[in-house]
Design a protein around this ligand. Structure first.
Ligand SMILES: Cc1ncc(COP(=O)(O)O)c(C=O)c1O
Length: 380
């Protein structure tokens, strides 16, 4: 018997893998029991060092010293965009970005940075030639999401970024929706910066995220967050070396440990296995949704999408449908504009919002069947 169904993985993976929970508990317990509290320093230093290695390896970065830990992708993007862009610079982005990209850019626009958004099609597709067309001599940064958190559509990052790097433009990628689902190779994608968050499909705790940065981008980026680094304390300046140049304040050791373990867990299962399972669930769900009186957003094919399906019912407000699914069937979804107003403008759903279903590795076919039955009952 289905008790409740969680279909909100694009917001956060609420359920954490048991090995992650076990390791975090073990760490906290062992800190309480440390006979020699001095060894705490070494332990946390090692933990961060090891975490950097695991993250760097997972995303095929160039150097683990250039893995910077932050609290989430929002902070990472703020640090990177503010650290790179100066008044007079030009920055390019798309019309399916999350507010984590847009709001820092709007603030920078007020300070004299010129912002250009390249239009995506209503299903979220971006044409690399359209991006190339707007390159200017003063274009400093191209920042894109890897996949829309509303439409699910995966953007053609490699093509766009390769063209940008040839022009000396720094390429910044928001992998909030793809990390843990798509294999991501930073170098192959021509990404100078990969900004990630731990708590979604990477299955780590909330409050841990970060970014990986190429050598050339690190040289051009100013520290935005400054403070104690535990190094060169006599200096008024932030240290020049990485990760200290961009990493200030006490690190979230528990979060780093959870991320290290969750990535090991993902690697143990294999991204291919994870993808296959989620793709099969997506296809099954999509086929059922296509029989119902609703508009489905996005490309409606998993080859070009992450497992997100947003819908607008024909005869009911998305919010009402979401409320009824939750109250009558204990199905958790997410309604509204999903912190991505432009993606909704792009899809033509800014006025109504949409109801988003997003799948994760723990979902089952029985849960999807239950959700489809619930939708049939509510929508008639
Ligand atoms: C594409 C995208 N970028 C950024 C974010 C922000 O993530 P966080 O709140 O973990 O910083 C999200 C979260 O929904 C997202 O989907």
């Amino acid at each position: 018997m289905i008790q409740n169904v969680y279909l909100n993985y694009a917001a956060t993976s609420i359920q954490k893998p048991q090995p992650v929970i076990d390791e975090v508990c073990r760490y906290l317990q062992s800190n309480n029991q440390l006979n020699d509290k001095r060894s705490y320093w070494n332990q946390d230093g090692e933990l961060a060092f090891n975490g950097r290695e695991v993250v760097n390896d997972f995303f095929h970065g160039e150097d683990s010293a250039r893995v910077i830990f932050t609290s989430n992708v929002t902070l990472s993007l703020n640090m990177v965009l503010n650290g790179l862009l100066q008044p007079g610079d030009h920055v390019i982005t798309s019309t399916v970005e999350h507010n984590a990209v847009l709001r820092p850019l709007y603030l920078l626009e007020k300070k004299g940075v010129s912002l250009q958004q390249v239009f995506c099609s209503p299903d979220g597709k971006l044409c690399p030639a359209d991006v190339e067309k707007v390159f200017q001599p003063n274009t400093k940064v191209l920042v894109l999401t890897h996949a829309s958190n509303v439409l699910g559509t995966i953007l053609p990052i490699k093509e766009c970024f390769a063209k940008a790097q040839v022009q000396g433009i720094i390429t910044v990628l928001d992998i909030a929706q793809t990390a843990g689902f798509l294999p991501i190779d930073m170098q192959e994608l021509h990404a100078d910066v990969l900004a990630f968050t731990g708590h979604k499909s990477l299955y780590a705790l909330s409050g841990i995220g970060g970014f990986l940065i190429s050598e050339r981008a690190a040289k051009k980026m100013q520290p935005w967050l400054t403070g104690g680094t535990g190094s060169l304390s006599q200096s008024k300046e932030q240290p020049n070396f990485l990760p200290d140049r961009f990493e200030s304040g006490t690190l979230n050791s528990v979060g780093i440990l959870s991320l290290t373990k969750s990535i090991e867990w993902l690697q143990g299962i294999g991204l291919e296995t994870i993808q296959k399972k989620e793709q099969a669930l997506y296809d099954y769900f999509l086929a059922g949704l296509q029989q119902l009186p609703l508009r489905i957003l996005g490309t409606q094919t998993i080859v070009t999408s992450v497992p997100i399906l947003s819908v607008v019912p024909e005869k009911m407000a998305p919010n009402e449908l979401g409320d009824r699914l939750f109250q009558e069937y204990q199905i958790v979804t997410r309604c509204g504009l999903h912190c991505a107003p432009d993606a909704h403008q792009t899809a033509g759903t800014f006025e109504t919002g949409a109801l988003r279903f997003s799948l994760g590795y723990e979902n089952t076919e029985a849960e999807i069947a239950y959700t489809l039955r619930a939708l049939q009952e509510v929508l008639g």
